[in-house]
Each structure stands twice: as C-alpha cells, then as structure tokens.
Ligand binder design. Structure first.
Ligand SMILES: N=CN[C@@H](CCC(=O)O)C(=O)O
Ligand SMILES: [Zn+2]
Length: 412
C-alpha cells in the first residue's frame, strides 16, 4: 500500500540521517521542508521532497494536505497509563488546601490507587486503559512507555504488567513496559522498608523477568519513599535481569538520585523539578536523558523542571506527560509541549525536538521513530490548517490535529 501526501504546507522534523538525540544548542533547530510531498510504503517512510520536484509515482492513495503540516508523532517516554479508577476526591482535597504529601501520608495517593487496582479485575483495568490509550493516540502519541507501580504486591504488579503486555499485542504503536514495584511503601510494610525492597527484588523482579514483562526498571527515589541506597540496591538487581533504569528523581527533593541513575547507566532520569547545580553537572557527558514532566508541575502546582537552564548548560531534554491518576491525569502531549514553551521557556523548536526525537531516545526508539527520515516508521501527525508550527504550542488547549497515522495507517 503506497500512500502519497502532497501539497504539505511544511514537513517538520526532517532529518536526512538518523540521529540518536539532540543536546543543548542542537535543540534550537527544527529542520523542515516547505510545500512538500511524502511517500509512505506500508509502514515505512520511503521518500520526501519539494512539490517543485514531485516525481511520477504509482501509488494506491494520494492525500492532499494543502494548508496542513506533517510531523512525526509524539514520543511519550513516561506514563502510568494503566491504572484503575481515578483520584478525583483527592483533587477536591488539594483544592481545599491539602498537599500531595499530606494526602499520601494519610493513606491516599499511590496507596489509594494501589488499593483500587488490587480490587479491580484484569479485564476491567484493560478496558479502562484502552480508553486512555486510544485517546492519547488520537492526540498524536505514536510511541509510549507505561509503568507498573499501582500493584505493590506480586500478584497486582504482574496483573498490571500483563495489561501492558496485552496493549502491546493489540496495538501497533511501540509500547515499552517499566517495572515500578518500588513506587510506594505498602502499609503492611510500614517501618519495614528493607523487607519490602527485598520482596520486590527477590519475589517480584525474578517473575517479571522470567515472564518477559518489562524492558525497564523504575523506583520513586524521594524523601518519604525510597532512598538513594534503596535505589542503588534495586537498580543493581534489575541489571542482573537486563532491565535498564528509568527512574523518578528530584520531584520534591534533590537527594542524589540523579547521580545514582547515571552511575547505573539509566536510560533516563525523570521529573527533575528540583535541580541542584551538581545535578546538572553530573548529567553532562552522560548518556542519560533528563525528562521533564510539566503536566505534573501544572497539576500539583510545584516548580517546573529548569529546562531552559539545562539546555543552556548543553544538556539534552525530553518531554513526557507522566499520565497518571494522582499527579497528572492528562496524557495530552500537545499540552505538554505548550507548557514547556510557556512555563519552561523552551522555544517551539526545542519543545518539539524534546517531545519527538529525544522522547524516542528515552525509549530506545530513535532508530525507528521521532523524525521524518527515510526508512523510519510512518507514525505521523497531520495537522489541521495552521499558520506555522509555532501555532501548535501557542494555541494551547486547542486540538490542531486533523489525523494520525500509525504504521502508515490512518487512525479511525
Ligand atoms: N511521583 C511518583 N509517581 C507519579 C505519581 C503517582 C501518583 O500520585 O499516583 C508521578 O510520577 O508523579
Ligand atoms: Zn511518573
């Protein structure tokens, strides 16, 4: 099936050669082609060029994209999209003045979601997750990472990971699974944190690995949750099973988790709302991608990751949603890109790079996704007619997406 898009107002994120990621000043440029055509064969990007030089091509379908832009789909490298129920009651409590930490310390927060998930059947969790996955795909997400971490027992963690596996089987976009057994301390383990970490390492992790249910391992390295020592111990154990780290660090406090992540060759360190100069320095010359989650900052009214400062220091940066019931009940990458510009002072070019190619890197997908490059997978966003790509982050809250293609196929 050959598909030809013609009269594309601007083809964005066009990279002749495949790149892994962009850092510092490189993020300023978003290469594009005006008045372009794009040829897709089945699921692969075959060729592109200017309409001034459109060759004679035999195709099955021609799509006129007059006034519209085409770009790679968003790569959302940090989500908790599989969960049960919601936390709207806590939303009300926060509006009345309680903090996220206070709610968590009273048994709400992650433990609340874990209780609901434990009591919900695998089928129902799957059905609820499908609704969210299809929604974010229609919003332009074409590659996604999903974490466990609302199970907190062997049975419930495996149940979550099986739901992720079923999503992988039934949807054609790439989905990466992360094991986040150390997301919070279950109440049965209060005052017994060492025992819980040992339970995660000795009981759950081997089963996750044996069943091939995860690519990555994660931990919430934070005051009141898990320490740097817990993080070191868990990541070392994960390594034995070939699980690379992608970890939650520096959300409320900077306690050294960035360095532990880097020392353990973390693919990414995520959140980073609280960054010390030494955290920025440690990330220089590392292969670890820093990931900002501005939707979480918006929803919890906490500081935004100092993305401007980090890019100015020469670092790469990826953007992701953190889609979860407690700190960011939205999986809308378009909003994330707007927030990165409005609240973190990223330019539209930097934000789009962070949400495409750098997001792909944070899921080990940059060889196949994240840019318009010959041979890459045709996961595409076709915008509505818009004046420029700056209009995407500028018109925050508007849906500028006309259609989305996954593996060269238009979503219904
Ligand atoms: N901070 C840790 N985990 C999630 C929130 C989980 C929750 O509140 O349910 C996050 O990334 O923000
Ligand atoms: Zn998260």
């Amino acid at each position: 099936m050959k598909l030809l898009f013609i009269n594309i107002k601007e083809l964005l994120q066009v990279r002749e050669t495949s790149i892994e990621k962009l850092s510092g000043k490189e993020m300023k440029s978003l290469p594009s082609l005006n008045n372009a055509w794009l040829l897709v064969d089945n699921k692969t990007i075959i060729d592109y060029g200017s309409m001034d030089n459109l060759p004679e091509l035999e195709v099955d379908e021609t799509i006129d994209a007059t006034g519209k832009m085409i770009m790679p789909t968003w790569c959302d490298s940090h989500t908790h999209l599989v969960y049960a129920g919601n936390r709207e009651l806590e939303f009300g409590q926060r509006i009345k003045g309680m903090t996220y930490e206070e709610i968590a310390s009273k048994g709400g927060g992650i433990l609340n979601s874990a209780k609901t998930l434990q009591e919900t059947s695998e089928e129902v969790i799957y059905e609820q997750s499908v609704v969210r996955l299809e929604e974010v795909m229609r919003l332009g997400t074409g590659a996604i990472e999903i974490k466990s971490g609302y199970g907190l027992t062997k049975e419930a963690e495996l149940k979550m990971l099986r739901v992720i596996k079923k999503l992988k089987e039934n949807y054609t976009l790439p989905i990466k699974a992360t094991f986040l057994g150390a997301h919070a301390l279950p109440s049965e383990y209060k005052e017994k944190k060492v025992e819980y970490i040992d339970y995660v390492i000795n009981e759950i992790l081997p089963e996750v690995a044996a069943q091939g249910l995860a690519e990555y391992i994660d931990i919430f390295c934070e005051k009141g949750y898990f320490t740097v020592e817990d993080t070191q111990k868990l990541l070392a154990a994960g390594k034995k099973y070939g699980l690379k780290p992608k970890i939650h660090v520096n959300q409320f406090n900077a306690i050294g988790g960035v360095q532990t992540g880097i020392e353990n060759d973390a693919l990414s360190v995520d959140h980073l709302e609280e960054m010390r100069p030494e955290d920025i320095n440690s990330l220089k010359n590392s292969t670890t991608m820093p990931v900002a989650l501005p939707g979480c900052s918006l929803f919890l009214s906490i500081p935004y990751t100092p993305g401007r400062k980090m890019i100015d220091a020469g670092l790469p940066l990826a953007l992701a949603t953190d889609f979860n019931p407690g700190s960011c009940p939205s999986g809308n990458m378009n909003l994330v890109v707007s927030l990165a510009c409005i609240k973190m002072n990223l330019t539209p070019e930097e934000a789009i790079n962070a949400a495409t190619i750098n997001g792909a890197y944070a899921m080990e997908l940059s060889k196949t996704h994240g840019s318009i490059t010959k041979g890459k997978i045709a996961n595409l966003i076709v915008t509505k007619p818009i004046p420029s790509y700056t209009y995407l982050p500028y018109s925050f809250g508007s849906n500028n997406i006309d259609s989305v293609y996954i593996n060269g196929k238009k979503l219904k």
